[in-house]
Design a protein around this ligand. Structure first.
Ligand code: TMP
Length: 399
């Protein structure tokens, strides 16, 4: 196929079979759902890694159920990220900040006392209503040049545009970048946070691959998109959230990249290549075999297993490994909107953390492994000393 950033030909390197959209939980375990391929390909020319087959935004986001969890780890991250932006003058007390894909507004809620104005833009109807009800002004819309200008007219022209974990969620991210470029004046900053491709690959996080994740960004590929929209990458910050994320800071107009940009870019020169992708695909297959074997052995010997976290990545994992409600009947999750629903394809029922405590299983398969410490500590504090945790990534182990 063709690179959706630079139009060069791409090469496939990972095929996870077919899965339904990972956030579309269903009302009954037998509800039929269309499945679509999950195939990754990469572009030798600009370093871009992309999902081969993309679904339309309307199908994925209009009835979106993903609500950012309340999490200590995320709160610390918001604190650290806003300190970093302030200390480096990318954001000041005078800034108007516009966040794309702001969800229920937790990051803006955090920024609100520190800057002049905040405004969010999010296409999910229910989610943006929740944000507005919580006092974070949020416009329900897809972000592009037209909606960006409308929001800027209403709420003021932003000095900083933030896009956390949403720039990969669109077949044509150029529309969002174009929107940001249209409303930022020269010298304004565009801050993009996303899973970082080298972390995804090196930690064998194949479960980060689902239909919302249409791009797996590197410094090289991000620089290429930005360059095409009159922006330049000036800084990067690495973070442990969501299994290893990168924060790209771009400046509208020109600017000088920091040492951090040069340092991480030179790692990409060494590791972003076909051999790395081939080894990633081999390790992915080996996780599938070990997890399949472990779940088979435990259930055959009468052990009970629940999954923990009705995550999108969990659905990729379960469907790729071929685990269903026959072996794992329940998934524990603290998001009320997900409870009482069933995971797509596997048919596993989502229950509350409280119900998960009533008769704790022998094992939890930690499908929200990115919150490992937080979740295990929470279970022990609540008096559950019985359940062991199966952590599937970067390799299958029991803790
Ligand atoms: P995420 O990895 O996509 O942010 O999703 C995490 C999911 O895990 C989300 O549905 C909420 C759930 N969760 C819990 O059920 N309990 C917890 O303590 C945490 C941190 C998350």
């Amino acid at each position: 196929m063709t690179c959706r950033i630079c139009e060069a030909p791409t090469k496939e390197f990972l095929d996870l079979g077919e899965s339904p959209p990972a956030n579309s939980l269903v009302d009954s375990p037998n509800q039929r759902q269309a499945s679509y391929p999950l195939v990754l390909e990469w572009c030798e020319s600009c370093g871009n890694v992309q999902l081969r087959d993309c679904l339309g935004a309307d199908e994925l986001y209009s009835d979106y159920l993903y609500v950012t969890p309340r999490s200590g780890m995320l709160s610390e991250h918001y604190e650290h990220l806003s300190d970093y932006l302030m200390v480096n003058d990318y954001m000041t007390a005078d800034s108007t900040v516009l966040e794309i894909g702001s969800n229920v507004g937790y990051f803006l809620e955090h920024l609100k006392p520190r800057v002049k104005t905040v405004v969010g833009v999010d296409p999910a109807r229910q989610i943006s209503e929740m944000a507005n009800a919580a006092g974070i002004p949020t416009v329900c819309d897809f972000f592009n040049e037209e909606s960006a200008c409308r929001v800027a007219d209403l709420h003021g022209r932003p000095d900083v545009v933030v896009a956390r974990h949403c720039l990969a969620h669109n077949e044509w991210p150029q529309a969002m970048v174009k929107g940001a470029a249209a409303v930022l004046g020269v010298g304004g900053y565009f801050v993009i946070e996303n899973a970082y491709v080298l972390n995804t690959i090196e930690n064998t996080e194949f479960d980060q691959v689902y239909h919302e994740h249409m791009f797996y960004y590197s410094i090289k590929s991000m620089s290429e998109i930005l360059r095409r929209h009159d922006m330049v990458l000036v800084d990067v910050l690495m973070s442990l959230v969501h299994g290893g994320s990168i924060i790209f800071v771009a400046r509208r107009g020109d600017g000088q990249p920091t040492d951090a940009v040069h340092r991480y870019a030179s790692r990409e020169d060494l590791f972003l290549n076909g051999a790395t992708f081939a080894r990633f695909a081999e390790r992915t297959e080996s996780i599938k075999q070990s997890l399949r074997q472990l779940v088979d052995e435990l259930t055959r010997s009468g052990e009970s297993i629940y999954t923990y976290g009705a995550t999108a990545k969990g659905n990729t994992l379960l469907n790729y490994v071929g685990i269903t409600a026959e072996q794992i009947p329940f998934c524990v999750d603290n998001t009320e909107m997900k409870q009482g629903k069933f995971l797509p394809k596997s048919g596993i029922e989502v229950i509350s953390e409280e119900r998960g405590l009533e008769e704790p299983p022998g094992y939890f398969l930690l499908t929200a492994w990115n919150y490992q410490d937080e979740i295990i500590t929470k279970a022990r504090k609540a008096g559950n000393f019985k359940s062991k945790f199966i952590v599937p990534i970067p390799f299958v182990r029991i803790v």
